[in-house]
Design a protein around this ligand. Structure first.
Ligand code: GLP
Length: 241
């Protein structure tokens, strides 16, 4: 794992956004693995700025998002599809037909997960996967568990995740379940970049990089991947030895 500490989230967003843009310049039909939450936002800002500067076109890319809430209409402002539409897709020349999500409202969740995983393989796999990390070490919505997950699946959200994400659901109950790419599927990406900022992530970051590989800290599985770059700000890096 390569670990890079930069001054702040803007510098991190520039570095990761530039990596995405370089990839798309080299391979206009690249398959991008995208994430939600606060951590990816500076990266998306950089991609949007470079698109508006005429430096890169996203017309042919395909995107796969890591996860989506269950029992929340796709049109709900807090669905991850709505998030991506507002924060990225609406500001790029991306073809919405090429933006892929797990359907958290699918009647047959097993079939839906198989469909999603098969589509990733059909398009040649994810070229570059963007990740954040949960305070409990989750990636996507792979919560601490007794075994590493493989393909996509439906998950019950951990109490710490419910607490962390409840701020987005003012005056309404937040979903208790989600569908997520499994750890095995995430590790199949050819290249992975993970961003973590702020002191609240420092414990998880230390365990991910310097702890043992365990499904109790799902992000530790990234130690097994040959091409991972972790971008940290000084607060997130503060517990590393
Ligand atoms: C969310 C998402 C993750 C994300 C994480 C951290 O629940 N499912 O993909 O990486 O929590 O979010 P944030 O970047 O807002 O701290």
């Amino acid at each position: 794992m390569k670990v890079i500490t930069l001054n702040d989230e803007v510098a991190i967003g520039q570095a990761i956004g530039d990596r995405f843009c370089t990839l798309v310049q080299e391979n206009p039909a690249a398959v991008l693995g995208l994430a939600t939450g606060a951590s990816p936002l500076p990266t998306y800002c950089r991609m949007i700025a470079r698109f508006h500067a005429g430096e890169v076109s996203f017309a042919k890319v395909h995107t796969f998002n890591l996860d989506e809430y269950c029992d929340l209409p796709a049109t709900h402002p807090q669905s991850y599809r709505s998030f991506m539409q507002a924060q990225l897709f609406s500001q790029l020349n991306i073809d919405l037909q090429n933006t892929h999500f797990l359907d958290g409202n699918a009647a047959d969740e097993v079939a839906e997960c198989l469909r999603f995983d098969a589509l990733i393989e059909q398009l040649g796999g994810v070229d570059l996967q963007l990740l954040g990390i949960g305070r409990n070490g989750h990636i996507g919505f792979n919560e601490p568990a007794d075994a590493f997950t493989l393909g996509s699946f439906k998950v019950q959200l951990a109490p710490s995740t419910l607490e962390a994400n409840s701020m987005y659901f003012v005056d309404e109950r937040m979903p208790t379940h989600a569908m997520t790419m499994g750890v095995g599927a995430i590790l199949r990406a050819k290249e992975i970049v993970l961003v973590a900022t702020g002191a609240a992530k420092a414990e998880a970051v230390k365990a991910m990089i310097q702890g043992k590989i365990t499904p109790q800290l799902p992000a530790s599985a990234l130690q097994n991947h040959p091409n991972v770059t972790v971008y940290l700000d000084p607060a997130a890096a503060s517990l590393l030895q």
